[in-house]
Design a protein around this ligand. Structure first.
Ligand SMILES: C[S@@+](CC[C@H](N)C(=O)[O-])C[C@H]1O[C@@H](n2cnc3c(N)ncnc32)[C@H](O)[C@@H]1O
Length: 243
């Protein structure tokens, strides 16, 4: 059962004060994954972007990107204090009720968001995303087959509600899309996050130069696909829309 607290704006305002710096330090893995996988998109919307790390990365490499969230305070802090000359557009948006016109973006994505909601809420949000996206919806959710990760979250949840989340398996994500009312051409599932994230570091073990580092953006998304589901952090679900 999703934790209702994590669906409220007040929770996130407080939580971001504590966590935003850590989120911003992490590599923009989802942005890198998207830039690698899609060659035919120009406009991108991130929903529930929080730190908007991934949409900011996409804006900086030439996409017309918008980072959105329903937590306006955090968006203002990012835009007016941390990233004053940002190429990223910011927009306050509730994922249940986006203010954009139909087909406004080539691709809509979110990372670590559906994990706070039940099936009915997810289907409702998918419908809204399918309205606003022209070509693709891409989302990343935590993988229930990774038992080690599930345990880590259970332990962390004892002191921080942020970790009280739902985990998914690939079949469940596909089921949710099939049972929503959206029209799609196909659904693809990819592995995302895990051991190979190590190669985002310039030095391994703190001092050994990482030979993958110069090629990290190209290689890491491909290397994820070699690992077992049991060792994979998240499921990446790619929905190509039928319009
Ligand atoms: C775990 S965070 C996402 C982190 C983000 N992917 C990042 O890299 O920083 C979840 C986000 O969902 C946002 N959120 C929760 N409910 C929302 C809703 N109904 N509409 C839009 N954003 C929402 C929260 O404000 C929070 O920023």
């Amino acid at each position: 059962m999703p934790n209702i607290q994590l669906q409220k704006g007040e929770f996130w305002e407080k939580s971001w004060k504590k966590h935003i710096q850590d989120y911003l330090k992490a590599p923009p893995r989802a942005g890198i994954f998207i830039a690698n996988y899609f060659k035919n998109i120009k406009t991108v919307l991130e929903i529930a972007g929080g730190s908007c790390r991934d949409s900011r990365y996409l804006a900086n490499i030439g996409y017309k990107a918008t980072g959105s969230d329903f937590d306006e305070k955090t968006l203002n802090y990012l835009q007016n204090e941390l990233f004053i000359n940002d190429k990223l557009n910011y927009s306050k948006q509730d994922a249940f009720n986006l203010t954009f016109a139909n087909d406004s973006f080539d691709l809509i994505f979110h990372n670590g968001f559906f994990i706070y909601f039940n099936d009915e809420q997810i289907k409702q949000m998918l419908k809204e995303q399918a309205r606003v996206a022209k070509k693709y919806i891409v989302f990343f959710v935590h993988n229930s087959k990774n038992k080690k990760l599930v345990k880590i979250f259970e332990n962390k949840a004892k002191s921080d509600e942020l970790y009280k989340v739902r985990f998914f398996n690939a079949a469940k994500t596909v089921d949710l899309i099939k049972n929503s009312s959206i029209n799609y051409k196909n659904i693809k599932i990819k592995k995302f996050g895990g051991f190979y994230d190590l190669f985002y570091k310039k030095f391994l073990k703190g001092w050994i130069p990482n030979p993958v580092y110069p090629f990290r953006k190209l290689l890491i998304p491909k290397l994820y696909q070699l690992q077992k589901w049991e060792n994979t952090e998240r499921i990446c679900c790619i929905v190509e829309l039928e319009k």
